[in-house]
Ligand binder design. Sequence first.
Ligand code: FAD
Ligand code: NAI
Length: 466
Amino acid sequence: MADTNYDVLVIGSGPGGYVAAIRAAQLGLKTACAEGRETLGGTCLNVGCIPSKAMLHASELYEEAHSGALKKFGINIEGATLDLDQMHAEKAKAVTELTGGIAFLFKKNKVDWLKGYATFESANSVKVGGQTITAKNIIIATGSSVTPLPGVAVDNDAKIIVDSTGALALPKVPDHLVVIGGGVIGLELGSVWKRLGARVTVVEFLDQILPGMDEEVRTESAKLFKKQGFDFRLGTKVTGATVANGKATLTVESSKGGAAETIEADAVLVAIGRRPNTEGLALDKAGLAVNAKGQVDTDHDFRTSVPGIWAIGDVITGPMLAHKAEDEGLACAENIAGQTGIVNHAVIPSVVYTMPEIAGVGLTEEAAKALGEIKVGKFPFAANSRAKTNRDTDGFVKIIADAKSDRVLGVWIISSLAGTLIAEACIAMEFGATSEDIAYTCHAHPTHAEAIKEAAMAVRGKAIHI
Ligand code: FAD
Ligand code: NAI
């Protein structure tokens, strides 16, 4: 009979769980990872980051080829057509390759993959696939799932009212897609279907899209999305939905209340946030409870209130992001092994992979102002030589620095390459850089990255190219 005693058992194989399992095994701990899905990789690899980016990339290529946008570069493409089945197939291939890659890494690092949903039996034992597994340390990395909207029943099989998983697999382009929620998922998947030909309406409860981001970035993004043809119904709430004859009818009204009206849609995407996965874990048997937000509470080392039980990723507090979960996975495994694993939660970038991309790290201008005196430097891509050359001038870089120490407190970027550019800001902030440090760092020419240097120079009012 297989040995069912482990040093570390990880529950969930998303970016948090699989990374924690691999690092624990690398550190010499006998490790297993339980996963309820058929494949490893969690939300991110199976139905999140990876398939959404595959569809964003493919839809962008289609739009470029189809819309005549390349004409100005002397490239005439006649008769570009969409083969949506092939687009889905290529996405599925990327997912299979990446989830298979985790299985390979588990084998390589001798992590045992336990198939099935895990349920606590006690603080150090768990039932998975009919077997009882004991472990000195158990890491809860069960992730999150879609927050339901009362009155709007998601049915991914019927393909009319769907969540993000359904929206990644629509079998045809809807004439009119209504997205409920102007957050990250709504804008990314709204962009996919817009590029493929849908009319897209975003119904957002608040008066602005992209909550949590810098105000100026939110306003500018909304302007750019409107230019692309998105229709925004801000300050609006959906109160119910019905489906008949292959169409959905949504009832909406002002968020503050008022007269109801209806919107017809061929498809509806519900994207109003995600909530932690703890149902079915029988946390009470381990002596654990969830907080008011349904999360598992931990300390800074990712220990829960029960010795030997740890938690990371979407199931604990903080932004629900794959790289945040990964970093917590690494740190948690290192702490279990007696090392000092730390995550600097003040420097976690967030990126919206639309076109242009929208990225930020650290404080918003509003949050920084509330804490003390600041200086802000901004530089538009309209004045960046590479962006001008590429005819790609939407957006800007904004750097927020402490007025006295000049230390960088936050960086916000709207640009086709924002998701890649923000890494420079993360390194700078992790090392406690001042805006002057960035301004006096040589940046290659001609690159979009020079806009970061110019924004840093602008903090002291001394940008060159504007
Ligand atoms: P998850 O990835 O959710 O993994 C948890 C795993 O645990 C799941 O596989 C689940 O089946 C398993 N599980 C749950 N309960 C049990 C149990 N009892 N027993 C066994 N297994 C269990 N983030 C980014 O940073 N960048 C992006 O571009 C991005 N794009 C996204 C796009 C979409 C459409 C969505 C929905 C999310 C996206 N995210 C993105 C968010 C990202 O997917 C999550 O933040 C990340 O997956 C969280 O990792 P995790 O390890 O905490 O949990
Ligand atoms: P979100 O929190 O980003 O946005 C939800 C939006 O819905 C908010 O603007 C909110 O005000 C609005 N809303 C809430 N209730 C509403 C209602 N009843 N009617 C209308 N609007 C309503 O959540 P989203 O987009 O579902 O994404 C979930 C999480 O997944 C994100 O928090 C993010 O962490 C992660 N994600 C990250 C991605 C990335 O890093 N690029 C991509 C996709 C998801």
